[in-house]
Design a protein around this ligand. Structure first.
Ligand code: OSB
Ligand code: MG
Length: 372
């Protein structure tokens, strides 16, 4: 496939409610979109980097810069590129996986649209809809949290994930269990807020029958996660620590993860995400699809990935209205706790031009001719 250039577009979508995690509060989703332009059509990518480097070292302005200066040029210089070649063509640039993932997604979408094939079909989806969980932020009070959880359960979400941090862990979990019962699929996400010295506190979550605890310790604490796994009963799931199929294989071998949250942006794209799925499936390790408050574009691809056979836990693949009052694509909706996998070519969804224009803050064009 020949590329004419990439358009980098920043969009700003207000969130329906502030989303608080152990690393900060978000009130808007300020995302970077990549449009791959070819002589035969276009494709869309979404970069999951956040405004500040608090979840990982990447941040949205940095992702834009590394795309312009280092990642787009080698792709545009190639006269002919297919999606499988994007990763290898960028492998000499260290890190910057979220930026690389956005480019690969845009190229893959353009390529699939031209072949008339969907993301789901390309990745190996075996379901036409996926169960949806919801990630519930840290609240000021327990009653507020219980109201939020109740509203999500009324909408049909099949699994609740509570964000936790030191001081907001055992009590919110106890309150949700007492109010909604032992049958509720419940898990927690610490976003790396604890250390191994907090083992005693974390073991106080054991009696609540959680599905998993996500990323209790620092990103780089693989060995410490393996040690923690020996003293707590709640299965440990890794998010931030898993940046590639190699780290997934290491984490499994060390006993650091019984479950893995797969986020394509964090691992460099959908093709590496599928490799992690394959590694986990071969080892009998449970996986689910994480989220980064994506717009309808990233959500379409995540939902397609979540339809692969090894995804055996509900993902953070919530409906559009959990995040935004207006999404940039046709909204994803919840139907009996599930979200439908798009079937159209490529992502199977398109930005709505007027809404996209309204929510765009900046646009830049990177022309292929400048790299040849
Ligand atoms: O750790 O899973 C996380 C959102 C932003 C950054 C990190 C995380 C999250 C979420 C929300 O938990 C997942 C979603 O619904 O998109
Ligand atoms: Mg997480």
């Amino acid at each position: 496939m020949k590329l004419d250039g990439f358009e980098l577009r920043r969009v700003s979508l207000p969130l329906v409610a502030p989303f608080r995690t152990s690393f900060g509060v978000e009130t808007v989703r300020d995302a970077l979109l990549v449009r791959a332009v070819t002589p035969d059509g276009e494709g869309w990518g979404e970069c999951v980097a956040t405004v500040e480097p608090l979840y990982s070292s990447e941040y949205v302005a940095g992702a834009g810069a590394v795309i312009k200066d280092f990642l787009a040029p080698p792709l545009l210089a190639a006269r002919d590129i297919d999606p499988q070649q994007v990763g290898p063509a960028l492998a000499h640039i260290k890190g910057h996986r979220m930026a690389k993932a956005a480019l690969e997604m845009a190229v893959l979408d353009a390529w699939l649209r031209q072949r008339g094939e969907s993301f789901g079909a390309y990745l190996g989806a075996v379901r036409d809809r996926v169960p949806a969980g919801v990630s519930v932020g840290i609240m000021d009070t327990i009653p507020e949290l219980l109201d939020a959880v109740e509203a999500y359960l009324e909408q049909g979400y099949v699994r609740i994930k509570l964000k936790i941090e030191p001081g907001w862990d055992v009590e919110p979990v106890r309150a949700v269990r007492e109010r909604f019962g032992d049958e509720l699929l419940l898990q927690v996400d610490a976003n790396a807020a604890y250390t191994l010295a907090d083992s005693a506190t974390l073991s106080r979550l054991d009696p609540f029958g959680l599905l998993l605890i996500e990323q209790p310790l620092d990103d780089e604490d693989l060995r410490q996660h393996a040690e923690l796994a020996r003293v707590i009963r709640t299965p440990i799931c890794l998010d931030e620590s898993i940046v590639s199929a190699k780290t997934a294989a290491d984490a499994i071998a060390m006993g650091a993860a019984r479950v893995i949250n797969i986020k394509p942006g964090r691992v460099g794209g959908y093709i590496e995400a599928r490799r992690i799925h394959d590694v986990c499936q071969a080892h009998g390790v449970a996986v689910w699809c994480g989220g980064m408050l994506e717009t309808g574009l990233g959500r379409a691809a995540n939902v397609a990935l979540a339809a692969l056979p090894g995804f055996n836990l509900p993902g953070d693949t919530s409906a559009s209205d959990r995040y935004f009052s207006t999404d940039i694509t046709e909204p994803f909706v919840l139907d009996q706790g599930h979200v439908a996998v798009p079937t159209g070519a490529g992502l199977g969804v398109n930005p709505i031009p007027e809404i996209l224009r309204e929510l765009t803050t900046t646009v830049e064009w990177i022309d292929a001719d400048a790299s040849r």
